[in-house]
Ligand binder design. Structure first.
Ligand code: SF4
Length: 318
């Protein structure tokens, strides 16, 4: 099975004559059958990272590997067959479906495009069942479906390419609350049942906590904390992660009210000096405005980028 690996990925674009670094040296991997949740506020670079991960954007530095082979940025030519097994699921299922074609036809088209073979009704029914829908849905048009059903169709279309990795960019943010948890659970089912690796990108830490094996927290283009979900949730080590977890309402009656972070994510065209989080950080000290922390390994599988963690004992063997 195939691993998705991002090594030092940077995405830079130009705005008003200035270079804007939307993604700033991200290292990240997703193992087969693993669900990795990537969280952060709007504007932190999550969508640029998603597009770079599937080859829709060319990284300005670094590389993306699928099963050890470089993922070439998509050009006019068709994507190489091996890379079709890396699929992106978009935020808005309605705009990614053709409103004038029945669901079954669209799935059949997707199979033909991905594999060069014609999909019979049995394969279409199989795809619908994989995403938890009745095969009779093949006869429907997208406007006849709920938002959750449409997103399931979008996932089924991605599955037509028999992917080994799915990158899902805010796949539940356009759905109502009842559909969100169900569609999020679908990605876990696909990971466990088919061994597909899932990079699940969301601003909703509460949902990500429920489904992800590991969580990566992104701030202004960088991963500032990454680790197993339980560790990141129960003992966040970066002040930004701590603020995000504190902002999630608790269902245990403990009584903490959601706390909002002060201010917004800064403009990536003019990032703050030193630690990019320092203007909003409740723990900032003088050094934070001049020193730029890098990710520190706190345990073999948990890392965070904060100068307050630099005095912790080094991880053995690292
Ligand atoms: Fe906060 Fe300073 Fe740590 Fe940055 S380095 S997260 S500003 S304490």
């Amino acid at each position: 099975m195939s691993e998705l690996e991002l090594r030092g990925v940077e995405v830079t674009y130009r705005r008003d004559g200035r270079a804007v670094r939307a993604v700033d040296g991200v290292d990240l991997s997703v193992a087969p059958g693993e669900v990795v949740g990537l969280v952060g506020e709007s504007g932190c670079g999550k969508s640029s990272l998603a597009r770079a991960a599937v080859g829709l954007l060319a990284p300005s530095a670094g590389e993306v590997l699928l099963d050890g082979h470089a993922v070439a940025p998509l050009r006019r030519r068709a994507r190489p067959a091996a890379q079709r097994r890396l699929q992106l699921v978009f935020q808005d299922p309605y705009s990614s479906l053709n409103p004038r074609r029945r669901v079954g036809r669209q799935l059949s088209d997707a199979v033909r495009l991905a594999t060069g073979t014609t999909a019979g009704s049995a394969r279409v029914a199989e795809l619908l069942e994989l995403v938890g829908l009745d095969p009779a849905m093949a006869q429907r048009y997208p406007h006849e479906l709920s938002g959750g059903q449409r997103q399931r169709i979008a996932v089924a279309r991605a599955l037509a390419a028999e992917p080994v990795q799915l990158v899902a960019d805010e796949p539940i943010s356009a759905l109502d609350a009842s559909a969100q948890a169900q569609v999020a659970d679908l990605f876990v089912t696909l990971a466990r049942k088919l061994g597909i690796g899932v990079l699940f990108i969301s601003h909703d830490l509460a949902i990500v906590r429920e489904i992800a094996d590991r969580i990566a927290v992104m701030y202004l283009g960088r991963v500032v904390e990454i680790g197993p979900t339980a560790q990141v949730w129960d003992r966040p080590r970066h002040p930004y992660t701590a603020a995000l977890t504190a902002a999630v309402p608790r269902a245990d009656g403990a009584g903490t009210l959601p706390q909002d972070l002060p201010g917004d994510v800064p403009d990536p065209a003019a990032p703050p000096s030193g630690c990019h989080f320092h203007p909003r950080c409740p723990l900032a000290i003088d050094d934070c405005s001049t020193r730029d922390p890098r990710l520190l390994d706190l345990t073999p599988d948990h890392a965070a980028a904060c100068i307050l963690l630099e005095d912790e004992p080094a991880v053995p063997g690292r």
